[in-house]
Design a protein around this ligand. Structure first.
Ligand code: SAH
Ligand code: SF4
Ligand code: F3S
Length: 473
């Protein structure tokens, strides 16, 4: 049993990051463990978490399990969890409650928890106390060990916990079963060293480790051969890509080399304003296959709050960067993340946030109420602001954000824009759906032969969160 430790997770040493290309192994016994059995995986977190699920699915299929979308008929249920806010926690624990009922009826099913929650010391304590009936728990650093962990659990019929609080290595030989045939997630780096005071990620994902650019380019070249249309370069802070590498190679170099693979579309998330360079803006402008879409989290417009958050930029610096991007890329869409109700956020602080929203007129924004994450510095900060005030601020902010989303979308009325058609619309199967190069969701009338292709779409109607259009090519 290996359990996580908060103090260890906090450390950032000088230890060299090892690139391991043989650590994922499946024995012939493990290859047969899933014969005739079904698995169900539920994902709770960010794109990185979703991509981890794609790895988990491939590993399970390597062990002969087959996928089901109904947990009631699964022999193996895995929850790939997220720790970012309390409601993510509550959702996962709520689901465990439902699964417990199923396990009472079918004690032979295997139930597991993985992902960021598994990396939290408090969660593991709670599991050992109240959820002893679980079979396996493994962390974000142990995904490649899933075959061994599962085999041990089946053999010993007791709770198997394997979570390491390490700074982390890079495992290059984990298989992947991609959800889409047209769009792919590509990890370009793991972990985060920014330690924003409210955030749990640096504890759950370890230190910043950039993948070798050669491995990234090779992965994308293979996707181009397979007909993929879009890649999303993933990292908690992609602009800091390469800073931990021994070679002199940064995000601008990577973007340029990825652009040269001729993959039709490239996007990247998430950009921390702190590391956004002029050279990056230049490269995005130079290559038409780099999508004019930038997610640039603001978090707060107040200098006092930004300082307490440890974001290392001021309101003015954010606005300067925003304007520089908009000037160079006028057609681009810029989205953001905002937290309201950070400890002791005053009405004046909140007004500063609204002021930035009024100035930037974001294409859209993810907005959150601050959530205390145990072990982070912000969790210890005193806070006298009532939940009622925080809710009111969130509502006020959302109204403003929505107003600008609609205004941003209005500019698309009657325009012809490129859309990658992904499939049928979930709401109405007589429509296709896809995203513009600026990441606007479009419901499209047109022939299904266009699925998987980038086509020109004329926008006929515009709403706050989506648009309707017709294929014109
Ligand atoms: N690496 C990204 C953010 C990843 S988390 C970045 O730095 O921009 C996604 C978003 O969740 C954050 O941008 C932040 O707005 C929000 N978030 C993170 N921790 C939070 C917390 N404790 N409470 C509320 N929102 C939080
Ligand atoms: Fe969290 Fe900050 Fe790292 Fe983003 S940059 S993952 S908000 S610590
Ligand atoms: Fe959640 Fe972990 Fe992603 S905390 S947001 S799943 S990195």
């Amino acid at each position: 049993m290996l359990i996580p430790n908060l103090k260890e997770a906090q450390k950032r040493g000088k230890q060299k990051v090892l690139i391991k290309d043989r650590d994922y192994k499946v024995t012939s016994t493990q290859k047969k463990l899933g014969v005739g059995k079904k698995y169900y995986v539920k994902t709770y977190g960010c794109q990185m978490n979703e991509h981890d699920t794609e790895n988990i699915k491939a590993i399970l299929e390597d062990m002969s399990f087959t996928q089901t979308d109904n947990y009631m008929e699964a022999d193996l249920i895995l929850l790939n969890t997220c720790s970012i806010r309390e409601n993510a926690h509550n959702k996962a624990f709520g689901m465990l409650g439902r699964i417990k009922n199923l396990k009472n009826k079918r004690p032979d099913i295997i139930v597991g928890l993985c992902g960021c929650m598994a990396q939290e010391e408090v969660v593991i304590k709670e599991i050992m106390d109240k959820y002893k009936w679980l079979d396996i728990v493994f962390g974000t650093h142990n995904i490649h060990k899933l075959p061994q962990i599962l085999e041990e659990s089946i053999k010993n019929k007791k709770l198997e916990i394997e979570v390491m609080s390490i700074e982390g290595d890079i495992i290059e030989n984990v298989p992947v079963k991609r959800d889409s045939k047209y769009k792919a997630w590509i990890n370009i780096m793991y972990g985060c060293d920014k330690f924003c005071t409210y955030c749990i990620v640096p504890y759950t994902r370890g230190k910043q480790r950039s993948r070798n650019p050669k491995h990234i380019i090779k992965e994308i070249e293979d996707l181009v051969k397979d007909g993929y249309q879009e890649v999303t370069l993933l990292g908690q802070n992609v602009n800091a890509y390469g800073k931990d590498l021994e070679i002199n190679y940064g995000m601008e170099n990577l973007l340029e080399d990825v652009a040269k693979t001729n993959i039709p579309r490239i996007r990247f998330v998430t950009s921390h304003p702190w590391d956004f360079t002029d050279k990056m803006i230049e490269i995005i402008k130079k290559y038409p296959n780099i999508m004019p879409y930038i997610h640039l989290p603001l978090q707060s417009g107040s200098d006092t709050i930004l300082k307490k958050m440890g974001r290392r930029y001021t309101k003015e610096e954010y606005l300067t960067l925003f304007n520089k991007i908009k000037e160079a890329l006028p057609y681009s869409s810029i989205t953001t993340d905002i937290i309201v109700g950070f400890p002791e956020e005053t009405e004046a602080d909140f007004k500063e946030t609204l002021d930035v929203v009024n100035k930037c007129k974001f294409d859209s924004a993810f907005t959150f109420i601050f959530s205390k994450r145990e072990g982070t510095p912000a969790a210890k900060m005193v806070d006298h602001v009532s939940l009622e005030t925080k809710n009111r601020r969130l509502q006020e902010l959302n109204q403003l954000v929505n107003k600008y989303s609609k205004l941003a979308n209005d500019k698309y009325q009657d325009k012809v824009v490129p859309v990658l058609i992904e499939g049928y619309s979930e709401k109405d199967e007589s429509y296709l759906m896809g995203y513009t190069d600026t990441m606007k969701l479009v419901n499209v009338r047109g022939d299904s032969k266009y699925i998987g292709k980038i086509v020109n779409v004329k926008i006929e109607d515009v709403k706050t969160w989506s648009m309707d259009g017709v294929i014109v090519d």
